[in-house]
Design a binder for this molecule. Structure first.
Ligand code: SAH
Ligand code: SF4
Length: 453
């Protein structure tokens, strides 16, 4: 979400005559976009802002601004910031930058060593709906369909820093996607804190997906879905959508009903498992990923084991796993008893070990299959290429291909836990469903028989 917001900021500033630079030493203005979902994220941002202060020695005119959730949460108390702007204030950035410069000139006239930082942290129903940011890599792009959240899960700061949930008009979303498509973007990821809660003038999320399926972008992903807003209608929209990829990110948070209740999540373990079952039944090749939060106040050993049991039962394709972090404003902040920090770490480690083993096993199921892959670039070590499958899995391969190509890769082995294979052929985007669970030959026949691209 912040990557997308940074593109919105870049768009607003470029319309006001600013140019992006990849080298911070060339910058006149540096904007640090921050997250405050966990304390660790805030500490890292504060560390980064501290490091940037060195640039002031060489370039005393530089402006350093802090934006995003931490700006909203901590306001003017952030040290080293010339301006502070919350997630709803980005349209004012050009004006705030000018005011910051003026304030600096004023202070230097008065021979003050510091100047007052400018801020804009009022919350509005801002949607940036008319701003169409550019993709950074020219291949993939995010598109926000709604902003804010009012679920108030008891551990979560998001509703306090990003404001009320509001959905964007479908016409604007479609316009943005068509524009990206005309620029050759291959994959779009729709964003929302609880994306399947989208609702605008009678258009719900499954309906929106069906509309987007009619645009020119070959692959469409979306995140994050909230289990309490799951519906068969959504599963059907994924199943029927030719461009909608077979990937569902469905944060479970905990496998213990007692904890889910205290978290205020609005579903039980049984209801969650039912949605997993229904999704897999309708879309056998779907990959399901999740978020898990351990060490929530009051989480007993028994509760934690219940989470591990569900992890083993569901066998998620992968998971983001976190230890609970106290956040101001939230209900859980005052909940007791707190799980001691060492125990949070221990539980997180145990969970990660179990899930990582499952992720590896799930990935090894791909060995011997042929996958449709969108090429994204060179791997970190540089000796192979990488891309993603429709199930959003990273795949490494060798062979000749360019970023943005759709290719077929025969998976041979795992490297670490990443599937590695060989390029079979370049492929136009398939717009029919591929059942990756089918045996190899049948799978290829299906690919050839049904490719209507
Ligand atoms: N809107 C998404 C989540 C956004 S935050 C949803 O409802 O699923 C992303 C993840 O951060 C959450 O799923 C949760 O697992 C984690 N998280 C949120 N608040 C946290 C906290 N206080 N401590 C640790 N992790 C947290
Ligand atoms: Fe936070 Fe819950 Fe909203 Fe997700 S749904 S952003 S966890 S309050």
């Amino acid at each position: 979400m912040n990557v997308y917001d940074s593109r919105i900021i870049a768009q607003i500033l470029s319309e006001n005559g600013y140019k992006e630079t990849a080298d911070k030493k060339n910058a006149d203005v540096i904007i640090v976009n921050t997250c405050s979902v966990r304390e660790h994220a805030e500490q890292r941002a504060i560390g980064r802002i501290g490091e940037l202060q060195d640039l002031r020695k060489e370039n005393p005119g530089i402006l350093i601004g802090v934006v995003g959730c931490m700006a909203q949460n901590l306001g003017n108390s952030i040290k080293g910031a010339d301006f502070v702007v919350g997630p709803s204030g980005y349209r004012k950035l050009p004006q705030i930058i000018v005011q910051s410069l003026e304030s600096r000139v004023q202070s230097s006239k008065k021979k003050l060593t510091t100047h007052n930082s400018q801020s804009c942290i009022e919350q509005t129903d801002e949607l940036y709906s008319d701003i169409f940011p550019e993709s950074k890599d020219g291949i993939t792009a995010f598109v926000s369909v709604m902003r804010g959240c009012d679920n108030f899960c008891s551990y979560c700061i998001v509703p306090y820093v990003r404001g009320q949930a509001r959905s964007r008009p479908p016409e604007d979303i479609l316009k943005e996607i068509e524009l990206l498509s005309s620029k050759g973007i291959k994959k779009i990821t729709l964003l929302g804190q609880s994306v399947n809660e989208y609702s605008y003038n009678g258009v719900n999320f499954p309906h929106l997906l069906r509309l987007i399926d009619g645009t020119g972008v070959p692959w469409i992903n979306f995140t994050t879905s909230h289990p309490k807003n799951m519906s068969q209608e959504l599963i059907d929209a994924i199943r029927d959508g030719e461009k909608i990829c077979e990937w569902l990110h469905l944060p479970m948070q905990s496998g213990a009903n007692e904890i889910l209740k205290k978290m205020g999540r609005g579903y039980t373990k049984e209801k969650y498992l039912d949605w997993i079952h229904k999704t897999r039944k309708s879309i056998p090749e779907v990959s399901i990923t999740t978020d898990i939060l351990v060490g929530f106040p009051g989480e007993s050993e028994k509760n934690f084991n219940e989470t591990l049991e569900v992890i083993k039962e569901v066998r998620f394709d992968s998971a983001y796993m976190f230890k609970y972090s106290e956040r101001p404003h939230t209900k859980a902040y005052n909940m007791k008893p707190k799980v001691p920090e060492e125990m949070r770490i221990e539980r997180l480690e145990e969970l990660i070990n179990i899930q990582n083993k499952i992720t590896r096993e799930k990935n090894s199921e791909l060995i011997g299959t042929t996958q449709e892959v969108l090429v994204l670039g060179k791997s970190k070590r540089g000796n192979s290429l990488y891309g993603r499958t429709r199930q959003n899995k990273v795949v490494l391969f060798n062979g000749k291909a360019s970023p943005g190509d759709f290719i077929k890769v025969k998976i041979k082995e795992l490297r670490g836990w990443t599937p590695y294979g060989e390029l079979l052929s370049k492929k136009e985007p398939l717009i029919t469903r591929i059942n990756t669970n089918l045996p190899e030959t049948e799978h290829l026949e299906k690919l050839q028989g049904e490719n209507v691209a």
